[in-house]
Write a protein that binds this ligand. Structure first.
Ligand SMILES: Cc1cc2nc3c(=O)[nH]c(=O)nc-3n(C[C@H](O)[C@H](O)[C@H](O)COP(=O)(O)O)c2cc1C
Length: 127
């Protein structure tokens, strides 16, 4: 089974404070469920938007995504990334809440690392 990464943003239906309470509740409840199917995940909420990164076996990621899409606590879910993953980044985290700043910092680091990997691979073909 291929290791997969999927990230998305969505719009919370509830007001910001309630949306934060909902996400903390979801994180507390979903951890065990995610762990059972091999999913590790981080999620945040900022200015009325949820953002989440899911990583795990391809089938499991898409199965949980279908459930998440149908959740009435948000709407307008937009997938940002959906593709194979070489190594997990959030290995031990079955479902972890992150404050928006550290969520963004993690994603940025990920992008920079991917860019560095591509540059390294390109350089290897030049020589
Ligand atoms: C922003 C957001 C993120 C969620 N993330 C997960 C998740 O990672 N894993 C999960 O099992 N459920 C997650 N849920 C909850 C699911 O949508 C669903 O309510 C839950 O899995 C229970 O499903 P059930 O009522 O069909 O049993 C999330 C919901 C929202 C709104």
């Amino acid at each position: 089974m291929r290791l997969w990464k999927l990230s998305y943003i969505s719009t919370a239906v509830a007001a910001p404070e309630e949306a934060l309470r909902q996400l903390r509740d979801i994180c507390a409840r979903s951890g065990e469920r995610n762990a059972l199917v091999g999913i590790s995940s981080i999620a945040t909420v900022h200015k009325g938007r949820f953002a989440q990164v899911l990583e795990g076996p391809e089938d499991a990621v898409h199965t949980v995504l279908r459930r998440i899409i149908g959740d009435p606590r948000h709407r307008g879910l937009t997938v940002l990334a959906d593709g194979p993953l070489v190594a997990r980044r959030y290995g031990g985290l079955a479902m972890s809440y992150r404050d928006p700043k550290s969520f963004i910092a993690d994603q940025l680091e990920d992008i920079l690392k991917q860019t560095a990997d591509v540059v390294r691979a390109m350089k290897a073909t030049w020589h």
